[in-house]
Design a protein. Structure first.
Length: 681
């Protein structure tokens, strides 16, 4: 046979190649590539390979093991040189006794300081100290490099935001969206009276980006520290970094650009790995879908607060577009600057009526009751009696300003029945006429706004949707089949075409105009720019074609920084939609008991806030008179809107005043409006 030994079918060339490989493997200290499967690692790998493997594993553990190895090497080198100096009886320095400990000390000094060899005497000692010095130079330089590298890694780790948070009583925000900075700003305002408050943010966005955004948007943090970490809040491993069990409250933000609620659902489940019943801290979760909110609340056994941001914005837009100034009132109630909503128990009011309670606080506007069983009633009947443990719900600058100032009845109001016609029937009576609304723009919030509007307007009312198909998907007529009181018409509209807008107004003059952002396809700044363009076109049209009755104009904006631009464009009111949701989230994170109050105000079947005109012929000289007038009609007054504001009274803009002192001058006539919480709407 050719090509090999008898019975060997392997070609000769291939056999030589395999042998060559095995020989090279043996030269490197390894065993052949086809070892016996029963051989142990010691038999399969040579000593050199095993040592190299252990060294590699040690070095891969980080800086500390390397420094330990250098320290051991240095000690061994110093010890060997000291032994060598002792054995050869080298002279360390003139007049000094040569001992092992002296040799050890001299070796250590020369390993750390190369300049020490300048004073050495005797060539035998000089050679040993030179060797030690050269070894020391190598070791010290390596040590410096390792320390620098370790420090860089440590700083990089801090920049990555993966270190443990050891805070207690902090507010924890999970996720990142455009609402983050507004929420942080509100929490900073809420913590202004605390010495050392902390807000912790955990998101997948880079830590430095989040910190820079907060610095740019929030500015002065005052007494609040903001700690940012990088990680996924829906991952229990990352969540453990921010110490969720010690948090005062937890906020879960819906990420921008996502219409599903997967992040919120996963994050709640992740929190349940730490606390199965979710009772250790208060959780506020932002969602997009009502169905997801109901399901998540059921899974969490009603131990979390769910906020459907689209519903909140839709309800506020539906209410605000029919009454200009209403969004300003809501913003005042939602934010932490100015006046807020508080619960207050006053023993002096036990056995007294709600009417007496409404007049018993000079610096607070009472508009509801929280009973001892924690149920609430907004704008209750003025004759409702307060029992033990009942609390008033009031608008006040701070909780310590809700001070009982004495009881007073309804006496002191100028006769509300003058003139002869009944003012109770006329005060705030909504018109029974159908309304015509123009909605410029369209987004995912459109169906929610129309559904809410349908419950407020009278039968026969109409909505004309004028939207640009380049920026949105125009709705179909079948999308509005469920509406009972509204008839909807849809047309394409270019916001830069003034002639088309003029034809739209000539066809039928609207009662209200609502400008909606194209949030589905455009970035916030571009969406706001389209709204501002529509505002300018609309104002130009109204100036050139004046009418006895101008429509109310409400503009939705996504960025609060665009509000000054909107003011110059001529809108009556500004609905900074995402900001209002952010304010609501911050309020509930600080005081979850307010959830029932806000739900009642935003629910069409609950109490409502209205700006209703003062009855004809009635003049109110003080804010207390306005409160008495509201009580006479069964409503709770929390402020007013005046054409002329008395000197020294602070306004929110547009003549709106919320919760002034009871004795402050008001000078209100039938040209002015009262801000009331009512159930008669």
């Amino acid at each position: 046979m050719t090509g090999g030994a008898a019975g060997d079918n392997t070609p000769k060339g291939r056999g030589r190649t395999g042998g060559g490989v095995n020989r090279r493997v043996r030269r490197r200290g390894l065993q052949p590539t086809t070892p016996d499967a029963r051989a142990t690692p010691t038999q399969r790998f040579g000593l050199k390979s095993r040592v190299r493997y252990r060294i590699d594993e040690t070095f891969a553990r980080g800086t500390a093991p390397l420094i330990l190895w250098l320290a051991v090497t240095t000690l061994v080198m110093i010890f060997v040189s000291a032994v060598l100096i002792s054995l050869i009886h080298a002279t360390i320095s003139s007049g000094q006794k040569n001992t092992f400990w002296e040799a050890l000390w001299a070796s250590m000094l020369r390993s750390l300081d190369p300049g020490s060899i300048g004073s050495d005497v005797g060539w035998d000692f000089r050679f040993v100290s030179l060797a030690v010095t050269l070894g020391g130079i190598f070791i010290v330089s390596t040590l410096i490099g390792l320390i620098a590298t370790g420090l860089d890694r440590w700083l990089e780790g801090l920049r990555e935001g993966r270190s443990q948070v050891v805070e207690r009583g902090h507010t924890l925000i999970l996720g990142y969206s455009q609402k983050l900075t507004a929420i942080v700003a509100e929490l900073v305002e809420a913590n202004a009276n605390q010495k050392d408050a902390c807000v912790v943010v955990l998101s997948t966005t880079d830590k430095s980006v989040v910190e820079q955004e907060i610095r740019n948007r929030v500015g002065d943090l005052r007494t609040t520290r903001v700690v940012c970490r990088t990680g996924d809040g829906s991952d229990p491993v990352d969540l453990e970094i921010v110490n969720p069990l010690e948090a005062k409250s937890i906020v879960i933000l819906a990420p921008d650009g996502e219409r599903n609620d997967g992040f919120a659902i996963r994050t709640v489940l992740s929190l349940m790995t730490f606390d199965p019943d979710l009772v250790s801290t208060q959780i506020v979760a932002e969602l997009h879908s009502t169905r997801s909110a109901v399901a998540l609340d059921r899974v969490a056994r009603h131990n979390i607060i769910t906020i459907v941001s689209d519903d909140v914005v839709g309800r506020l837009a539906a209410q605000s577009c029919r009454e200009d100034g209403l969004s300003t009132v809501y913003q005042e109630l939602f934010d932490f600057s100015g006046d807020e909503i508080y619960f207050h128990e006053e023993p002096n009011l036990t056995g007294r009526t709600f009417a007496e309670a409404a007049l018993a606080f000079d610096a607070a506007s009472v508009f509801g009751l929280r009973y001892a069983d924690h149920s609430i009633e907004l704008a209750p009947d003025p004759s409702t009696m307060l029992g033990p443990g009942d609390q008033v719900i009031a608008v006040a600058e701070d909780d310590d300003t809700i001070v009982f100032t004495g009881l007073a009845g309804l006496a002191g109001l100028a006769d509300p029945t003058s003139p002869a016609s009944d003012p109770v029937a006329r005060f705030g009576a909504p018109s029974g006429n159908p309304e015509h609304i123009v909605m410029s723009g369209w987004s995912v919030l459109g169906p929610i706004i129309l559904t809410e509007l349908d419950q407020y307007v009278h039968a026969g009312s109409t909505v004309h949707i004028a939207a640009d198909p380049q920026h949105c998907d125009l709705p179909a007529p079948a999308d509005f089949a469920h509406l009972a009181n509204l008839t909807v018409q849809v047309s394409e509209h270019d916001h830069h075409d003034l002639d088309r807008l003029l034809r739209l107004f000539e066809a039928r003059r609207p009662d209200h105009v609502l400008l909606v952002c194209y949030r589905d396809r455009l970035a916030p700044t571009q969406a706001d720019a389209e709204v501002l363009m529509s505002l300018m076109q609309l104002r130009h049209l109204l100036d050139d074609h004046p009418s006895g009755r101008e429509p109310t104009i409400v503009a939705e904006l996504l960025d609060s920084h665009d509000v000054p631009l909107a003011r110059t464009s001529g809108a009556d009111d500004f609905l900074v939609s995402d900001r209002l949701t952010s304010l609501l989230i911050a309020q509930l994170a600080e005081n979850p008991e307010l959830q029932t109050v806000f739900e009642d105000l935003l629910d069409v079947e609950g109490a409502e806030i209205h700006l209703w005109p003062v009855p004809d012929g009635v003049t109110l000289s003080t804010y207390a008179d306005a409160v008495r007038l509201g009580l006479a009609h069964g409503d709770a007054v929390i402020g007013y809107r005046a054409t002329t504001v008395a000197e020294g009274v602070d306004t929110l803009g547009g003549g709106i005043v919320v919760n002034p002192p009871k004795g402050s001058p008001a000078r209100l006539t039938d040209r002015d409006q009262l801000i009331v919480v009512t159930r008669r709407g």
